[in-house]
Design a protein around this ligand. Structure first.
Ligand SMILES: Cc1cc2nc3c(=O)[nH]c(=O)nc-3n(C[C@H](O)[C@H](O)[C@H](O)COP(=O)(O)OP(=O)(O)OC[C@H]3O[C@@H](n4cnc5c(N)ncnc54)[C@H](O)[C@@H]3O)c2cc1C
Length: 402
């Protein structure tokens, strides 16, 4: 590889978070920024296998990093899209309570949203909901006017272009395999050769815990992959959903429950589910990775999690195999939906950090170490919030450089 020189900061992982971090570094005047990506092109995993929704921070705990950075992030992302002429649409979202037992949680969510500073939130009656989404049946709903849809792939391509114009070196096809320290420098050993760097920033997404381990800082929390499977409404059934329709999230889970998402490029998706995956990059049921499986199987946190939430784990698995079960979950939102309205869609795998106790890490999590910053947990809404996250991580990395 023709990149032997030492740079100031090496970002490991060219997903939306790594690209946004590199951008924030060069915009702060840092020279010598490099992004090392294992795939032949950037953003081949979570950043382009998601729902494409711009989240405004409705349901996150007030004061959490997710709440703060989603607020700031959606504003930044919308501006970035406008500046770069990236198609996006602030179409608004409905979160619906489908039976009376959910009304209390709906009101709590409304309060949370207001505490997080969301603007224009409204509680709607079933009649008001029908004016916006004529096929949705519910007891009440919250309308979130600030949220919308975007093509995060186009955002990543724009970030990649901007970074390269600003002098960021992007090394593709280089998987980081070892990170020994030599004096005050890191030797970044990749499948395409070796580099040296003063500071490393780990933005490796589904492999963030492994990269942290390579750097001698194994995190307490491990990444557990949850596959999200989508089904797509057939064109003749698309009229059943106009915008974004979400159920109330299940208490204790970071995933939002199957919902309807209109895509910026056209079409309406239902999903994603949250099935425990047998491979960190297992985009279908048949993909199994032995190392991933062994690591997951020997992680006590996963056993504790599945023991505690076996119903949810079994339900998601059953929905993956049985289309009718998946449709039943969707019918709670749109009773007219039938299995024939859907055909198989795409999928994505979420990197979710789980603690040895079996608890999810709900908030974003980054760990500062000597000459290193590790982004250990950056699940949804990290794509929306990526520009704000990138600034936060860049500040931390610059402190390590000083
Ligand atoms: C199904 C699904 C739906 C989602 N929906 C939304 C949504 O609607 N809105 C939203 O805001 N967020 C959403 N998210 C979350 C969002 O996509 C992620 O939070 C975000 O993309 C994380 O970006 P990242 O850069 O951390 O990870 P990634 O995009 O996974 O990037 C990590 C990169 O690191 C590289 N890498 C890994 N290991 C190495 C190594 N050893 N050496 C070199 N490179 C390495 C990988 O190849 C990859 O390119 C969703 C996620 C999923 C999976």
């Amino acid at each position: 590889m023709a990149h032997p020189s030492t740079v100031g900061i090496t970002v490991i992982g060219g997903g939306i978070v790594g690209l946004a971090t590199a951008r924030a570094l060069v915009r702060s005047g840092i020279e010598g920024v490099r992004v090392v990506e294992k795939e032949a092109a950037v953003a081949q995993h979570q950043s382009t296998h998601n729902s494409g929704v711009l989240h405004a921070g409705l349901q996150y705990r007030p004061g959490s990093a997710k709440a703060r950075l989603a607020r700031e992030g959606i504003r930044r992302m919308t501006e970035f899209c406008q500046e770069n002429r990236i198609t996006h649409e602030i179409c608004g979202k409905l979160v619906v309570a489908t039976d009376a037992s959910e009304l209390g949680r709906l009101d709590d969510m409304l309060e949370r949203g207001r505490a997080n500073g969301l603007e224009g939130l409204r509680r709607l009656s079933p009649g008001e909901v029908r004016e916006i989404e004529p096929h949705v049946d519910c007891r009440a709903a919250i309308r979130v006017p600030e949220e919308g849809i975007v093509d995060f792939g186009a955002v990543c391509r724009a970030l990649e272009r901007e970074n390269e114009r600003a002098g960021v070196e992007i090394v593709r096809g280089a998987e980081v395999r070892a990170l020994p320290r030599e004096g005050r420098e890191w030797r970044v050993v990749t499948t395409a050769g070796e580099l040296t760097s003063r500071v490393i920033v780990n933005c490796a997404g589904l492999f963030a815990d492994r990269v942290a381990e390579l750097a001698g800082s194994p995190p307490k929390a491990r990444i557990v992959p949850f596959r999200g499977e989508y089904r797509r409404l057939r064109p003749e059934s698309e009229h059943l959903v106009r915008h974004l329709v979400y159920p109330l999230p299940e208490p204790g889970f970071p995933f939002l429950g199957v919902h309807f998402t209109r895509r910026i490029g056209g079409g309406v998706d239902a999903g994603p589910s949250a099935v425990l995956a047998f491979a960190r990059e297992g985009y279908d049921r048949s993909t199994v990775n032995l190392l991933d499986l062994i690591q997951a199987g020997t992680f006590v946190g996963l056993w504790r999690f599945t023991g505690r939430h076996h119903r949810m784990v079994a339900r998601e698995l059953a929905q993956s195999f049985d289309r009718r079960r998946f449709v039943r979950a969707l019918r709670r939102l749109v009773p007219e939906i039938r299995a024939e309205d859907l055909h198989p869609g795409s999928s994505g795998v979420r990197a979710q950090a789980v603690l040895p106790s079996g608890d999810f890490v709900h908030d974003f999590l980054w760990v500062d170490d000597s000459a290193a910053v590790h982004v250990v947990n950056a699940p949804s809404p990290a794509a929306t919030a990526s520009l704000a996250i990138g600034e936060e991580i860049a500040r931390r990395a610059m402190r390590q450089l000083a």
